[in-house]
Design a protein around this ligand. Structure first.
Ligand SMILES: [Zn+2]
Length: 348
């Protein structure tokens, strides 16, 4: 047994103690480094998290009240939130700024809040904000313009029409807005007969020579014969999507034959053979393509004013709110309708 027993004076004892100490120090330094790395990660995660999560309403309240950031910085932040579609945060900032912000900017902040409510679709709240601005400052054209849009989106067209009066007093051009709202009132009148509506719409068209798409989209739908008789064929390109989709039985070939664009359009459609080329690329391809190829036209709508592209037709641009600025862009696509009807025929 004494063989295994080492006395503390033995030099071997000192060596063993040395190695034990080395082991303990290495072990602790390893765990310390590991712990520190974990802490660093946690700290970094926490730091990055504050950029991913948005401040809550109460946090915002504290931050704005503290006044560490200038009012302009908060306005810029609210604007960028709204631009990214986070209207809720933008509205919270504007509301807090209205409570504690500089009274000199009160009206501007109110206007921005109203605009954000409008964009977010809270039309009633937007209406109240713009009315509040106009109560104290009736000659604010920006607020009047937005109030008109709010009423239009609420489909309260007579109220929107009333807004044009003060705008006219402020020397704003209201001709297009007036014709547009009057046309919308007619189109949405459930008690008026179709014939009277068509006549009144044609009167507006003849007076203004505007709103071609809005008016003729309706007339081509309810009375194609009258539409062809009153349609200014020099504006055919504006209505190319409507003209392309009209039933063959509703076409007026006497009028079509008078205009080269219409001849090219309906030759491309395959209804007539009266053109062998076109200056419009898409029509030229369709005229000269092998008829067994399933190709047709597809349409996109560009606002001439702000250049925004929409997949659907519009009369007032939802981006810049300009009226009658839509331009139709053509493109060639596969004709799925033809594919579908051929498949159905093959089962018969
Ligand atoms: Zn636009």
């Amino acid at each position: 047994m004494n063989v295994f027993f080492i006395e503390f004076r033995d030099p071997l004892f000192g060596i063993i103690v040395f190695f034990v100490l080395v082991f303990v120090i290495t072990f602790f330094s390893y765990w310390l480094a590991r712990f520190k790395r974990k802490e660093d990660h946690r700290h970094l995660d926490k730091f990055l998290k504050q950029f991913n999560t948005l401040p809550s309403q109460s946090e915002l309240k504290v931050l704005i009240t503290k006044g560490e950031l200038s009012e302009k910085s908060w306005l810029l932040l609210a604007h960028s939130y709204a631009k990214n579609g986070n209207y809720e945060k933008s509205i919270e900032i504007y509301n807090e700024l209205l409570k504690v912000g500089d009274k000199a900017n009160y009206r501007d902040t109110m206007f921005l809040l109203g605009k954000t409510y409008f964009k977010a679709g809270f039309l009633e709240r937007a209406r109240q904000i713009f009315l509040e601005i106009l109560k104290n400052n009736p000659r604010t054209p920006q607020a009047l313009n937005y109030l008109l849009l709010v009423y239009e989106y609420m489909r309260d067209y007579p109220a929107a029409l009333e807004i044009l009066e003060p705008l006219e007093e402020l020397k704003k051009d209201i001709k297009t807005d007036s014709a547009y709202l009057k046309s919308l009132i007619l189109l949405n009148d459930l008690d008026m007969s179709t014939d009277v509506k068509v006549q009144k719409l044609l009167e507006i068209y003849k007076q203004t020579n505007q709103l071609t798409y809005l008016i003729f989209e309706y007339i081509f739908r309810v009375n194609p014969k009258l539409a062809w008789e009153n349609f200014d064929i020099s504006k055919a390109e504006l209505l190319v999507d409507i003209l392309w989709n009209i039933d063959k039985k509703d076409l007026n070939f006497d009028i079509i034959m008078q205009n080269s664009y219409l001849r090219e359009l309906y030759t491309a459609k395959g209804y007539i053979q009266k053109a062998d080329k076109s200056s419009t690329f898409e029509l030229d391809v369709l005229i000269n393509i092998n008829k067994s190829v399933n190709a047709t036209l597809s349409f996109e709508y560009i606002c001439n004013s702000c250049k925004q592209v929409f997949p659907f037709a519009f009369n007032r641009c939802s981006s810049c709110h300009a009226i009658d600025t839509s331009r139709v862009e053509l493109s060639l696509v596969k004709d799925y309708h033809k594919d579908f009807s051929e498949e159905n025929n093959s089962f018969q």
